[in-house]
Design a protein around this ligand. Structure first.
Ligand SMILES: Cc1cc2nc3c(=O)[nH]c(=O)nc-3n(C[C@H](O)[C@H](O)[C@H](O)COP(=O)(O)OP(=O)(O)OC[C@H]3O[C@@H](n4cnc5c(N)ncnc54)[C@H](O)[C@@H]3O)c2cc1C
Length: 370
């Protein structure tokens, strides 16, 4: 029986394990943490429509449903847009749920097991995995190895696929803050920032920036949560977020990278849960058919990841003043309507329509050329 070892029990690893085990592969998943899904560093915002094409989550994992977003300019002006079907998930439970489905389908799980290196010979891959319970290193031989081990992927490093990568630092807290159940985005020249309600009394508030994270974090928290924000904090979450690299190599022989390990992150919002799940379908197809993995995942999410990256590159060049102008352009009813059709996971359907309708945006997007 073909043996597949998966490193990492996040969305990419668990969903790959589930799909492959269902098809009868001999699947083993290794995660360095003692409990799947913990610690979590994620806001848990998912476009429900895209998610539902992959998996149905039980209601107890969905902690909130959000119908509106407010985009707040640096000068304080804002525009509100309706969202289609955005859900906020309990990430730890979501990871545990998908791992549960994979186990039911026959996948074996080994927690507290850290991947530390690999060797390849005779068409087999031998992974060295440290059993943190016993302190010894075991050798695991398999036909395929999946690196679903997140942004700092040791599998990518060990197989020479890591190359040059850029990261954002994500700093987030859960905090007591009365709110009107609207997601708030605060675009600015300093970086990306948000508040996302868990309920009408608690939010997940965070920033993602490429440098000087703690300075911007303090500034943003004082603005969005209040000057006394430190007293309102319930818990901290932090983690690196890779910037998508369309040229990243994601396969070496029978070693495949999926999810954050392959930089499959939407650069506009820095979300990657849906992309990790979709990548798992490409992993499964590549193993089943022997087809080129990169072609498979690119056909599913490549164009949208690329377009998000282009949008991010433009946004990164905006000054606060240009963000103010942009929010004013979006405040008109006709543009708001188009914004409401925006599917963050599939930006291609929307970008052209908006640029054609609103030529002023072309003036702002001239930044692409410089
Ligand atoms: C602050 C923040 C907020 C975010 N908010 C959102 C959001 O709202 N919506 C969204 O879609 N995305 C969001 N993301 C991104 C999202 O969390 C990731 O895209 C997603 O978790 C990627 O899943 P993955 O399975 O590829 O990797 P991960 O979820 O990172 O899972 C990797 C797993 O591998 C394990 N691992 C790592 N190294 C090893 C090793 N050497 N050996 C064994 N196991 C190992 C880890 O323990 C972990 O369980 C956010 C990220 C951050 C940091």
């Amino acid at each position: 029986m073909t043996k597949v070892s998966i490193i990492g029990a996040g969305p990419a690893g668990n969903y790959s394990a589930y799909l492959l085990a269902k098809k009868g592969y001999d699947v083993a998943v290794y995660d360095e943490q003692p409990v799947i899904g913990i610690p979590w560093a994620c806001t848990g915002v998912i476009t429900g429509d895209v998610l539902s094409k992959q998996i149905r989550l039980p209601e107890n994992i969905i902690i909130n449903r959000i119908e509106k977003a407010r985009i707040i300019a640096p000068d304080g002006n804002s525009v509100e847009v309706k969202l289609k079907n955005d859900i906020i998930v309990d990430r730890a439970r979501m990871d545990q749920h998908i791992a549960g489905l994979a186990k039911e389908a026959g996948a074996k799980y080994y927690v507290n097991h850290r991947f530390i290196g690999l060797e390849q010979s005779n068409g087999k891959i031998t992974a060295s995995i440290k059993n943190k319970n016993l302190g010894n290193v075991i050798k695991v031989e398999s036909d395929w190895l999946i690196g679903a081990d997140g942004p700092r992927s040791e599998v990518a490093k060990s197989s020479g696929l890591f190359e040059n990568r850029k990261f954002y630092v994500g700093l987030q807290v859960t905090a007591n803050l009365e709110n009107d159940n609207i997601i708030e985005f605060y675009p600015s020249e300093k970086g990306i920032a948000w508040t996302v309600p868990e309920n009408n009394k608690i939010v997940r508030a965070g920033i993602a920036v490429s440098n000087q994270a703690s300075i911007y974090f303090d500034e943003f928290m004082a603005r969005a949560v209040g000057k006394d924000y430190k007293k309102k904090i319930i818990a901290h979450q932090a983690g690196p977020i890779p910037l998508h690299n369309p040229k990243a190599k994601t396969q070496k022989g029978k070693i495949l990278l999926a999810g954050d390990a392959a930089t499959m992150i939407k650069s506009t919002t820095l979300g990657g849960i849906n992309q990790s799940l979709i990548a798992a379908t490409a992993v499964t197809e590549a193993i089943e058919t022997g087809k080129d993995y990169k072609k498979l995942w690119k056909a599913k999410i490549g164009r949208d990841l690329w377009l998000s990256l282009m949008m991010r590159k433009i946004m990164n060049k905006f000054s606060d003043n240009e963000y103010n102008k942009l929010i004013r352009i979006f405040s008109s009813d006709k543009n708001k309507k188009i914004l409401e059709t925006f599917d963050r996971d599939e930006p291609r359907k929307f970008a052209l329509k908006l640029l054609m309708q609103e030529p002023k945006l072309l003036l702002l997007s001239r930044k692409l050329l410089f």
